[in-house]
Ligand binder design. Structure first.
Ligand SMILES: O=C(O)c1cc(=O)[nH]c(=O)n1[C@@H]1O[C@H](COP(=O)(O)O)[C@@H](O)[C@H]1O
Length: 270
C-alpha cells in the first residue's frame, strides 16, 4: 500500500490526525533505562507500542539516533513498527536535500535501508534534486515549506515576485512537482496564518504540522486553519510532549494519555 493510501486509511480507521514523533534523548529517559545498553530502541519501542492506537503516523528523527551512533537501533525500531503496527505509516525525519547523484543515496537510505514509508526533504536545491524521492511513487515525500522555528520567516517569507517564498514552495511542490501524488508539505503549528495560506493554495495535499506541545503551537488553531473539507489532511506531530510526559515508571502510559488527549483536542475542531 502506498504512503498516501495508508495515511488516508489511518486517518479514518484510527480517527486520529496525531503523528507521534520519536526523538530519543537518553538524558530524559526514566531511570530504569540508566544501565540498559539497548535503551534507545527499548524506550522508543515502548512509546510506540503505547501510542500506536492514537497515531496516524510515526516520525522518528534521524539526528537523534545518528548523533549517538544508534543507526542500528533506528533500523530495528522501524522494522518493529512495520511488524507490530503495519497500519501506521512511518515518516523518517531526515530533511535531506542534495544534488541528484547524492540524493539517490539519501532516497536509498530512507526507503531501503530504514524501510520508511515517507521522508522529510528540503526543497532548496530544486526539483531535480528531489527526483530520486519523488520517483518512488509508493513513498511519501514531505517537503519543508514554512517551518515551525522562530527564524522561519528570515528566508521563507522573502518576497519573490510579490509573494513570500514559502507560497512559491507550496505551489511548486504540491502542484508542479507532485506528478505521482506522493507529496506532503511541512508547515509549523506555530504559524496558523501561514497554515491557512498554504491550505488555500494546495487543496487537499497533506500537511505535516510539527510544533504543538513543546513548541507551544495551538492544536485548535491548526485544525481550524488547515483541515481539508472532510476534516482530515493533517499529521499534527508531537515529540517531546508525548515522549517525556512522565519520567517515572509510568512513562508509556503517560505517553499514551498525552497522545490520546492531543487526538481528542484535535477532534473537537474537525
Ligand atoms: O520536519 C520536521 O519534522 C520538523 C519541521 C519543523 O518545521 N519543525 C520541527 O520541529 N520539526 C521536527 O519536529 C519535531 C518537533 O519536536 P517537539 O517540539 O518535541 O514536538 C522535531 O523532531 C523537529 O526536528
Amino acid at each position: 500500500m502506498s504512503f498516501m493510501t495508508a495515511l488516508r486509511h489511518r486517518w479514518q480507521t484510527a480517527n486520529s490526525l496525531v503523528c507521534v514523533g520519536l526523538d530519543p534523548e537518553p538524558a530524559r529517559f526514566p531511570t530504569r533505562f540508566a544501565n540498559d545498553p539497548d535503551a534507545i530502541f527499548a524506550f522508543c519501542r515502548d512509546i510506540a507500542d503505547a501510542t500506536a492506537k492514537y497515531a496516524c503516523a510515526f516520525k522518528p528523527q534521524i539526528a537523534h539516533f545518528a548523533a549517538l551512533a544508534a543507526e542500528p537501533a533506528l533500523e530495528r525500531l522501524v522494522a518493529h513498527l512495520k511488524s507490530a503496527h503495519p497500519e501506521v505509516p512511518v515518516i523518517l525525519d531526515s530533511k535531506r536535500g542534495d544534488i541528484g547523484s547524492t540524493a539517490r543515496h539519501y532516497a536509498t537510505e530512507a526507503f531501503d535501508r530504514y524501510g520508511a514509508d515517507a521522508v522529510t526533504v528540503n526543497p532548496y536545491l530544486g526539483r531535480d534534486a528531489l527526483e530520486p524521492f519523488l520517483d518512488r511513487a509508493d513513498r511519501g515525500v514531505v517537503i519543508l515549506c514554512r517551518t515551525s522555528n522562530q527564524g522561519a520567516g528570515e528566508l521563507q517569507d522573502m518576497l519573490v515576485a510579490g509573494r513570500p517564498l514559502y507560497q512559491h514552495v507550496a505551489e511548486k511542490a504540491a502542484l508542479e512537482w507532485n506528478t505521482n501524488g506522493n507529496v506532503a508539505l511541512v508547515v509549523g503549528a506555530t504559524w496558523p496564518e501561514q497554515l491557512s495560506d498554504v491550505r488555500a493554495l494546495v487543496k487537499d495535499v497533506p500537511l505535516l504540522v510539527p510544533g504543538v506541545g513543546a513548541q507551544g503551537g495551538d492544536a485548535a488553531a491548526v485544525v481550524s486553519n488547515a483541515k481539508t473539507h472532510d476534516g482530515t489532511g493533517l499529521m499534527i506531530s508531537s515529540s517531546r510532549a508525548v515522549l517525556y510526559a512522565s519520567s517515572g515508571d509510568d512513562y508509556a502510559e503517560a505517553a499514551a494519555t498525552a497522545a490520546r488527549d492531543l487526538r481528542d483536542a484535535i477532534n473537537l475542531h474537525r
